[in-house]
Design a protein around this ligand. Structure first.
Ligand code: 4NP
Length: 159
């Protein structure tokens, strides 16, 4: 059974699809596509069905040469069972996810993405939606750092 990762933000059009696409890139590079799989979701339904935000697609391509794909969907309760690890981009996402698990049964599966950073000290991935190009590029840098740490973590978990 592959190890399953789910990245979660608010809209599932900026941060979490970027995390998913960066992580898939690193997984492919490591030759681990059969053993680690990724998906992403939003806590809101605002953008269900939409492709990643163009500004994030441009930033991922210009900073890392990554082509983004996917369509937004909303986080659902069954995701708790379907995934091994759920990565929240910020504390609001984290709290909104855990709100759907009132008994705390899946609490251990939910983590903040920035816990896996080794070069950045930010505790949350900032919401770039209402800002400029710079904000999107910073998110890409931060997520690349977190994804590298996350890949090492998952490899250790599987060993
Ligand atoms: P994301 O960014 O949560 O990283 O996908 C946002 C996308 C849409 C909105 C806010 C944040 N919005 O308010 O529509």
């Amino acid at each position: 059974m592959p190890y399953k990762l789910l990245f979660v933000c608010l809209g599932n059009i900026c941060r979490s699809p970027a995390a998913e696409n960066i992580m898939n890139y690193l997984i492919e590079e490591a030759g681990l596509s059969d053993t680690i799989v990724c998906d992403s979701a939003g806590t809101s339904s605002y953008h269900v069905g939409s492709p990643p935000d163009r500004r994030m697609t441009v930033a991922a391509n210009s900073k890392l040469g990554i082509k983004m794909c996917g369509h937004a969907r909303q986080f659902k309760r069954s995701d708790f069972q379907d995934f091994d690890l759920i990565l929240a981009m910020d504390k609001e996402n984290y709290n909104n996810i855990l709100y759907l698990d009132p008994n705390g049964q899946y609490r251990e599966k939910v983590r903040l993405m920035c816990d896996f950073c080794s070069h950045h000290t930010l505790k949350e991935v900032p919401d770039p939606y209402y800002g400029g190009t710079d904000g999107f590029e910073k998110v890409i840098d931060l997520l690349n750092d977190a994804c590298e740490g996350l890949l090492k973590y998952v490899i250790k978990q599987q060993a």
